[in-house]
Design a binder for this molecule. Sequence first.
Ligand code: KIV
Length: 276
Amino acid sequence: MSRTTVRDVAAKCEAGEPITMLTAYDAPIARQVDAGGVDLILVGDSAGHNHLGYDDTLPVTIEEAVSNTAAVVRGTEEAMVIADLPFLSYGASLERSVENAGRFLKEAGADAVKLETPPGGEFTVELTDRLVELGIPVMGHLGLTPQRTKEMGGPTIQGREGADSAFADELVETAERLVEAGIFSLVLEGTTEGVAKRVTEAVDVPTIGIGAGRYTDGQVLVITDLLGLGAEDFRLSEQYADLDSVIREAVASFVGDVEGREFPAAENAYEPIDGE
Ligand code: KIV
């Protein structure tokens, strides 16, 4: 089976089927996510707090992001792999931004990149246009854009104003400009259902929501939240497993077995080759 392509994503949406996306940051988890049947894997900059031990997404470097993406590509066969461009890997200049985005396809083998756009964001619309012209598929990201947390004064829910607000108007306008620039899909994060519905109805590319309610064309979750692996308590997410407990219990069993001299047993040791 070959990898999901931008055409497959469009066709699935056109057929009225919900699109599924999860994050992954390394090969072993990505392998299971792929086997579980998601359409898209996002190597999110949420790796910052969910994989690399930072407080948030801002410190993630392009080297770390390229390395995480390459690991996810190596661990998967079917899902389309989308690399999230980390904070300030784009924006300093068009040239630098294009080169950095290109690294994810050339060096890591990603299928597409994702970048965050503030309402009315001129630069990222221009960058999207350039990347698409060069053959790099782009996923947009509007609403709550965590890379701008400091500028916003905290991780505020941006779309709370409702579907008829000036904010919603601006979001729809920005979404339309991103579509014109060539995005193949659009993440909507942390908006009210009404805002996400309005944007979804306004654009002809699939929208993928996180904390944006029921009316987007697909859903994305952060894998560590879904698995209960150091999960944050995020009301709008859903935890499907409790890996923290599974891991702690496995480690405690190992410690108990070694301290109780039950591991290793004779069957865990090599037999001598000469049979002595
Ligand atoms: O980095 C990330 O995980 C994301 C998702 C929340 C969409 O951008």
